[in-house]
Ligand binder design. Structure first.
Ligand code: ISL
Ligand code: CA
Length: 564
């Protein structure tokens, strides 16, 4: 086991637009983060991952970058950024930035030049193709954000590829000059002192040669198909990452996490293997994608605890000693974890604490998404017009054309899985707009801010917030939390998620009830317990000396014992 700061640290993800607004324009800003540094320090986190703060026309909230070395004006200035970095470093918190290089904005000077003519020196920075034989798009790939992945450009009559919105043209990684520009930009940020990158959809940067269409029979009512086979973890992706590591990453002591949608565990080992010289860890998606129906995330279906176990067990086991896991249940693209995996009504507090216990006792690096530490929930706006996320708005347009879902059906899907669930402003206190802004927030606050907010949670010793503080303090004391080997017990149980963690001669037993009903834990005989097991943490009051052979776990109860 090789010790590393990025394995032992806990990451806190900040979505700057929704974190804290200091000038009343309704948009969170860098000075807002600076003001909250003491809050973050007290919470006990070690690393911040900041969603994009670069110059951007904001088609996709900053994931469409028009200048990689400038700060979005709404967020502040470069000197605000430098001050933030300095203040974080002063208190020992590291800063990881978002690296979005599968695509840029269509307003990036590279694209503006690329578009001008087929002879432009920047033409090949992007992926251009002529129309198909039928005079249509070059292939049938559907964009992540609905419709074709291709946009016709009148200037030359060619189409450009955009796996995401049409304002996010894909960069052409085959072009060596482009890759060198990206590496130069990365050096520039590292020289400034940042501590790492979270790499947006980094496993999509290599496309299969010829960009073949997906099979015709896979085309949906919109006429397009999922083209993932031709760009998810494509043929040259490992070469590119290795090159990036050689040219840039290896020169600094930094942390890297690849956002790798649809990545398999085999690929996960290749990306994160210590001898591979690629990345430190990846975000896999299998566990957050459970519970999807006919129209994917828009038509949620019930999921089973045994599915979650199977997926997480696979990743925990396969990467042990071989790679490294990142641990998350939500982020800015996902519903709130207490709403998806817990219970956001009767057992909100209990289930939020139970989920936290889970994440922080798995092997890997845990990520807390802003507001998770106070148990923020999904938002249930009453109609689609309240939403701002382009994924939701584009889907709405799509269903108006295809009629594949009614608006009511889409709305209920959005309530469960829409990205804006995670993006409503951070709830600081019970004053107007949750204390997030004195102006009009860019996205409405969740009306439950009057009871769910940081101020309230700080006053309550029994709050979710205080439980997170306890967990993070424990993690600093006990290496077993980050490094201990996970071993699943009771794999078939549909209510209880139980496992042991072992590091050298020490073993912990983690018991989690993932249901709203009482559940009876019966300890398998092969799990040996010393005569006086020690309670490490629990989310309900627990009797002093319980008999660990059988325990009736209360709804969403979590207990961790040191059993040897
Ligand atoms: O949220 C999703 C759709 O259901 C995901 O498919 C998401 O689009 C995918 O994980 C990629 O996410 C990242 O890149 C996008 C950006 O919109 C997301 O916010 C970002 O996390 C394009 O840059
Ligand atoms: Ca502001």
């Amino acid at each position: 086991m090789e010790r590393k700061w990025w394995k032992e640290g806990v990451v806190y993800q900040i979505y700057p637009r929704s974190f804290y607004d200091t000038n009343g324009d309704g948009i969170g800003d860098l000075r807002g983060i600076i003001e909250k540094v003491p809050y973050l320090k007290e919470l006990g986190i070690d690393i911040i991952w900041l969603n994009p703060i670069y110059a951007s026309p904001n088609d996709d909230n900053g994931y469409d970058i028009s200048h990689y070395q400038e700060i979005l004006k709404e967020f502040g200035t470069m000197s605000d950024f430098e001050e933030l970095l300095e203040k974080l470093h002063e208190v020992g918190i590291k800063l990881v930035m978002d690296l979005v290089v599968n695509h840029s904005s269509d307003e990036h000077p590279w694209f503006v030049e690329s578009k001008k003519s087929k002879a432009s020196p920047y033409r090949d920075y992007y992926i251009w193709r002529g129309p198909s034989e039928e005079g249509k798009e070059p292939n049938n790939w559907r964009s992540f954000f609905s419709g074709s992945s291709w946009q016709l450009d009148e200037t030359t009559g060619d189409y450009y590829l955009h796996l995401f919105s049409k304002k996010q043209p894909d960069l052409n990684w085959e072009n060596k000059k482009l890759r060198e520009e990206i590496y130069r930009m990365m050096h520039w940020w590292f020289e400034k002192g940042i501590d790492g990158f979270r790499m947006d959809v980094i496993n999509l940067i290599s496309k299969v040669e010829g960009l073949p269409s997906a099979p015709k029979e896979e085309e949906g009512p919109d006429g397009y198909a999922w083209g993932g086979n031709y760009f998810v973890t494509g043929p040259k992706v490992h070469d590119y990452i290795k090159e990036m590591n050689r040219e840039v990453l290896s020169k600094y002591d930094v942390m890297t996490v690849g956002e790798t949608c649809d990545v398999t565990v085999e690929e996960g080992i290749l990306f994160t293997g210590e001898n591979r010289k690629e990345l430190n860890m990846v975000f896999q998606f299998e566990h957050v994608n459970i519970g999807q129906g006919r129209e994917g995330k828009w038509t949620p279906i019930p999921w089973k605890l045994t599915e979650l176990k199977r997926i997480m067990d696979k990743w925990q086991t396969a990467l042990h000693g071989k790679g490294w896991n990142s641990l998350y249940l939500n982020n800015h693209d996902q519903p709130r974890q207490v709403s998806k995996f817990g219970n956001d009504t009767v057992y909100r507090k209990e289930s939020a604490k139970m989920l936290a216990t889970y994440l922080h006792t798995l092997e890997g690096t845990p990520y807390i998404y802003q507001g998770e530490e106070i148990g923020m929930t999904n938002v249930y706006f009453e109609d689609l017009s309240h939403y701002k996320d382009l994924e939701i708005l584009n889907k709405w347009e799509e269903i108006k054309r295809t009629k594949s879902l009614t608006e009511e059906e889409l709305l209920s899907g959005v309530h469960v899985n829409g990205r804006d669930n995670a993006r409503t402003p951070m709830q600081w206190n019970a004053s107007l707009n949750a204390g997030f802004t004195t102006g009009v927030p860019w996205l409405e606050v969740n009306p439950n801010y009057t009871t769910i907010n940081v101020e309230e949670a700080s006053k309550d010793s029994n709050s979710i917030l205080n439980y997170y503080k306890q967990l993070l303090a424990l993690r600093k004391k006990h290496l077993i939390m980050a490094y201990g080997q996970y071993h699943l017990i009771l794999p078939e149980h549909e209510q209880i998620y139980a496992y042991t963690k072992t590091l050298e001669s020490e073993t912990w037993l983690v018991l989690l009830n993932f249901s709203g009903e009482e559940a009876l834990f019966q300890k398998p005989e092969e799990i040996e317990v010393v005569s006086s097991p020690q309670l490490i943490i629990a989310n309900y009051p627990v009797e002093q000396m319980p008999d660990l052979n059988t325990i009736a776990l209360k709804p969403y109860e979590a207990r961790v014992y040191k059993i040897s």
